[in-house]
Design a protein around this ligand. Structure first.
Ligand SMILES: [Mg+2]
Ligand SMILES: [Zn+2]
Length: 225
């Protein structure tokens, strides 16, 4: 199994990374060396890779969206980092623990790997909420989307070329977080009950797989012109 190394970094985020040797070196303070500079396709998790099942929760409840695993395998072969960034305020609300979030993240990575051989290079989650809840996670942070913190952390950890990167998600906040991280990140919005969204993002597609196809053709067209 290539996925599933979990380590905490300094930002309350967790990275699961298939590239174990690179991961170890890039995440330890000393002897740090840079990953190869590449663009990334940043992905939202709930409603983009797996179906939205309310808040939380349980790895058993995870169901991948149709074609999502294939889309991620395609991202891998296209040579982009595949980095997931996800708001998980269920932690702040006291509905889930960070361990629950990590368990769901590894389950998503595992299902993707099983279904298509696809690899998610990193997971970043925000456990905070600015007002909900009563504990230490109830804070205004710079990682909860639409803030750009998770994208910027991923960009730093993976040496991401932001100007050639993309963000795909089913929320307006996904588009907004990307544009705040860098206006040159192009965004694709997927359907969701939370927005009627056409016109919100740079592109609108019906599924993650179609979004990745859109990226492939857009990039190819740019290379040919
Ligand atoms: Mg979503
Ligand atoms: Zn946060």
């Amino acid at each position: 199994m290539d996925v599933g190394i979990a380590k905490r970094n300094n930002h309350n985020f967790v990275v699961y990374n298939g590239l174990r040797h690179l991961y170890r070196d890039s995440m330890s303070g000393s002897g740090r060396y840079k990953k190869p500079s590449r663009p990334a396709i940043f992905l939202d998790r709930d409603g983009t890779i797996n179906k939205q099942v309310g808040h939380v929760g349980h790895p058993q409840k995870i169901e991948l969206m149709p074609g999502a695993a294939q889309a991620i395998a395609r991202i891998n072969t296209m040579g982009y980092w595949c980095i997931v960034i996800t708001n998980q305020s269920a932690v702040a609300r006291g509905l889930a623990s960070e361990d629950d979030v990590r368990r769901v993240n590894s389950e998503v990575a595992l299902r993707v790997a099983r279904e298509s051989g696809g690899r998610i290079d990193g997971f970043y989650y925000c456990p905070h909420h600015e007002s909900e809840g009563t504990g230490a996670y109830t804070v205004a942070c710079n990682c909860r989307k639409p803030a750009p913190g998770m994208i910027l952390a991923g960009a730093k950890d993976f040496n991401v070329l932001l100007e050639h990167s993309w963000m795909v998600g089913d929320g307006a906040i996904d588009h907004e977080a990307a544009k705040r991280a860098s206006p040159s990140i192009r965004t694709i919005l997927l359907p969701s009950e939370y927005h009627d969204g056409k016109g919100l993002a740079d592109f609108y597609e019906d599924s993650l797989l179609l979004a990745v196809e859109r990226i492939a053709t857009t990039v190819n067209r740019a290379l040919q012109s």
